[in-house]
Design a protein around this ligand. Sequence first.
Ligand code: CAA
Length: 387
Amino acid sequence: MDIGIDQIGFYTPNKFVDMVDLANARNQDPNKFLIGIGQDRMAVADKTQDAVSMGINATAEYLDQVDLEQLGLLIFATESGIDQSKSASLFVKEALNLPARIRTFEIKEACFALTASLQVARDYVRAHPHHSAMIIGSDIARYGLATAGEVTQGAGAISMLIKENPAIIALEEGHTSHSENINDFWRPNNLATAVVDGHYSRDVYLDFFKSTFKPFLAEKQLQVSDFAGICYHLPYTKMGYKAHKIAIEGQDDETVKRLSDNFQLSAKYSRQVGNIYTASLYMSVLSLLENGDLEAGDRIGFFSYGSGAMAEFFSGKVVAGYQKRLRPALHARMLKERIRLGVGQYEDIFTEGLEALPENVEFTSDANHGTWYLAGQEGYVRQYKQK
Ligand code: CAA
């Protein structure tokens, strides 16, 4: 029985900073950001969008096509959690009127968490063949104003439906994992921005890629040339490009060209949105599917990395007719119709985002895509409303 991705919803807020504007404001050569880091724009979440509202918006995109009778599991993956105890998924469940009988919880291991959700969901469907699972990754990447990590911020969410006989990607059996307790990137409870050892994190990401990719090929008796494309966790696109260069080392021209072209297509959304932590790998997969030209049966590799650190490599095959399940025009419009912020405006929004939410102050949303937003807080309870 094939199990895999049957729906993919995508949401990113309606504001962005252009990397040339940011480079100029920080006295950097724009090419460092555009080429050295590989980012063109970064999405900015104002106070009306948090991990929950973005997750609701990504899920609402395909909800009308879900058979709620079959839905049995809802997992929310985030490192931008809004509560130490209560799962963000409960707000999603209420907003979208999902059945009370579903099992639901939040899950964490940095950017690996949506992959953890995917594997749990796959096992759930294997054990309950006629049931489906919804998994959401949603994050706001915050490093701090004028820090080295600032250029690798972003905001957005991916939501996926996992079920048998999926319409988009059928996951293949097998995976290779690698974990170590290290301190490359983390966010202690008392901080609103991440602590990061940037160059160390970059090196560890590549070490973990080496520890999972070649062992995966050996275990599955596959060649690099058996992949139509490999998608990477993209904290910034140059990071994935470094892993891509390791993957194509010593390969024939045709394989190098195919994997390189598909790498660029997988990085297209990330160049516009930035790092969305848990959902970054899956935004790359969506970008490749919506902007590329894959054929039924094409194999895609998935490299998932979460700081701290945990990595996994696995694969899936594109399902015939997958294009009919995608919404490239909607996503192109969502990215195109965003508001370009001046660096000063972005700094004000960023600073406001670090502050505790005020009590009993009603927020209004100026978003044109995604109708759900954070409307404020009453008695420490976040209020989500629909425009
Ligand atoms: N033109 C073109 N390229 C230029 C340039 C110019 N004028 N100036 C510099 N560059 C290049 C550099 O040569 C370098 O390229 P290589 O990496 O290929 O050598 C690149 O731009 C970056 O330069 P630096 O390393 O000097 O940049 P930096 O010190 O400002 O830090 C960073 C870069 C480490 C990525 C930093 O932005 C950061 O800490 N980001 C957050 C951490 C992160 O994303 N880590 C990734 C792995 S961890 C992970 O994946 C989990 C997660 O989501 C966080």
